[in-house]
Design a protein around this ligand. Structure first.
Ligand SMILES: Cc1cc2nc3c(=O)[nH]c(=O)nc-3n(C[C@H](O)[C@H](O)[C@H](O)COP(=O)(O)OP(=O)(O)OC[C@H]3O[C@@H](n4cnc5c(N)ncnc54)[C@H](O)[C@@H]3O)c2cc1C
Length: 304
């Protein structure tokens, strides 16, 4: 008999959640990570993540997000920690564009609570925002902010308490099928399990090279800017999470000020890289590009 029902390779956002939920179902779980999550080498740091329901990308995502809301509530209850801050959210772009039309379609097909706001209504309701007059927004009340480092820590603590074995700083070197199960090798030991779950994020291709997965790792930069005036307009009550189609199929998104400035970032458009060689410094040119966008849509956000 295998030592474990499931071995999880990678304990970031995905693996830590899987570890908890599998352990909760009574599975014998071994979780392994290259580092000690939460850490700053993967895809799950930077303090905040958006959760939104009216997915502009496609309505097919909506039931998945709705299930995620149930599970976040469950984990908050089990841990006694606040992991999700509901701020509402607004998807802004030209009418006919992918963000506005896509979010509206998801909201309508899934009968989500939402409001359509014209550019003037957006400016009035959220005075920090300066959409152009061709733009409109889909406002949804359930969107909000998840705290990824705390979420990972919480999932791991709950997984450990529920019986999962977690080993940090122990990367999976390779694995092979073994009868009906799998053998997994690290520098420390060889483990056996019925199933292997690969949740190694940006490193995943290394663990399944023969699949030639069509994946590319994209560098993403996060920025925090200080409002120059009217700081209150950037507080969560006045500034929901927001995602903009600022030019055709070009997107940026942002969060309210939670005390450390207003976080904004491009959605995609990052250079293709690898986890080992990714450039970790932020260039002055990148800050200026972001500032250029803020100049168009957030004139009060021109501070440091
Ligand atoms: C900048 C940015 C902003 C984002 N914004 C949003 C957002 O607002 N909303 C949203 O829903 N999503 C967002 N995402 C996506 C979301 O954050 C990611 O999908 C999620 O964090 C990925 O989690 P993961 O577990 O796949 O990867 P990671 O958290 O990176 O975890 C992978 C883990 O695998 C480990 N590992 C690697 N190789 C091995 C090995 N050989 N053996 C053992 N362990 C190994 C690593 O150490 C790491 O801990 C964003 C992503 C980024 C990068």
């Amino acid at each position: 008999m295998s030592e474990y029902d499931v071995i999880i390779a990678g304990l970031g956002a995905m693996g830590s959640a899987a570890a908890y939920h599998l352990a909760k179902r009574g599975k014998r779980v071994l979780g392994l990570d290259h580092f000690h999550p939460p850490h700053t080498f993967g895809s799950s740091h930077g303090a905040t993540r958006i959760i939104r329901e009216a997915y502009f990308e496609h309505p097919v995502y909506v039931p998945l997000v709705q299930r995620a809301y149930e599970l976040w509530a469950e984990v908050e209850k089990a841990s006694g920690r606040k992991l999700l801050l509901q701020t509402g959210g607004v998807m802004i772009g030209p009418r006919g564009g992918v963000v506005f039309d896509g979010a509206k379609r998801s909201a309508e097909e899934h009968h989500l609570r939402h409001e359509i706001l014209s550019a003037a209504e957006l400016r009035e309701r959220f005075p920090a925002f300066a959409p152009t007059k061709e733009m409109a927004g889909v406002w949804e009340p359930r969107a909000g902010i998840l705290f990824p480092e705390l979420a990972i820590q919480t999932h791991l603590e709950l997984a450990g308490r529920t019986g999962a074995t977690l080993r940090f700083n122990e990367p999976v070197l390779n694995w092979e099928p073994d009868g009906l199960g799998v053998r997994v090798r690290t520098a420390e030991a060889t483990y056996s399990a019925n199933r292997l779950l690969l949740s190694a994020g940006a490193w995943i291709s290394r663990l399944a090279p023969e699949l030639s997965l069509p994946l590319a790792v994209e560098r993403q930069v996060l920025f925090w800017f200080e409002p120059l005036s009217s700081r209150d307009l950037f507080k969560p009550e006045k500034c929901p999470i927001h995602l903009w189609e600022y030019d055709r199929e070009r997107f940026f998104y942002g969060f309210p000020d939670l005390g450390d400035g207003v976080k904004v970032a491009m959605h995609h458009q990052g250079e293709i890289t690898t986890p080992e060689t990714v450039r970790r410094e932020v260039g002055r040119d990148e800050v200026e590009t972001m500032r250029g966008l803020l100049r168009r849509f957030f004139q009060r956000l021109m501070g440091r």
